[in-house]
Write a protein that binds this ligand. Sequence first.
Ligand code: HEC
Length: 235
Amino acid sequence: MNSYVNMGVGAFLGTVFVLMSVSIASEGIFHSEAPEKEGFAIVAEEGTADAGAGAQEAAEVDIKPLLLKADAAAGETVFKKCASCHTVDKGGANKVGPNLWGLVDRPIASHEGFSYSAGMKTFAEGGKVVWDYDHLSFFIEAPKKHVPGTAMGFAGVKKPDERANLIAYLREHADTPVALPDASASSAEAAPAPAAEGAAEKPAEGQQAPGAAPATEAKPAEGQAAPEGQPAPAQ
Ligand code: HEC
């Protein structure tokens, strides 16, 4: 009989030993899983960082070159987003927002009979700043972000080409439409005119292709672009 009891106890202890081993082993498995998840989280963060960089680039687009090829007729369609709050015809009424006739180069926050927000008045710096192409593009891209405290409840027109078409449309709604940005008014095209053609071409290329290690070429180009700069770098 004793030997049967011993065998039974032995079998029981053996089973317990196996169960404990399995439990220890499975803990090991769970521990090894956790770091794997962290690894995935890092991959996801990389994706987000890329998107953020893209958004920043979008905000810094120079609108002037785009205006030269903008389509005012297409801008009329974009203006439908604005028409619930703005008229654009001559002598049109102020609605939720002010009438936009003659907007380009009009002093900011200056339309008669409209009560502007404090945020917009601050942006206008007491009427010194006008709605030139850069200010318009900047404001329309993200009104609340770029003019803190503005009363204009509008998300913004994010696509640079849509913004250019819209501004071209607004530009035409004036007694005397303001000149389109001159090639020389835009920093990208500012360089060549006065310099000898051969000398001017290289820096211009450097500016247009910023991906190709432009650091050394870009500096002389800036020197040339500065209006009062000496012609020295071109010689
Ligand atoms: C929901 C109504 C609304 C919509 C939509 C809207 N605006 Fe406005 N807008 C306003 C208000 C309100 C103001 C006055 C802002 C202030 O005082 O802060 C304003 C001001 C402006 C100004 C400044 C005018 C000045 O006299 O200084 C411009 C430019 C402008 N809007 C352009 C646009 C354009 C372009 C669109 C369409 C893409 C648009 N707005 C869409 C309500 C609107």
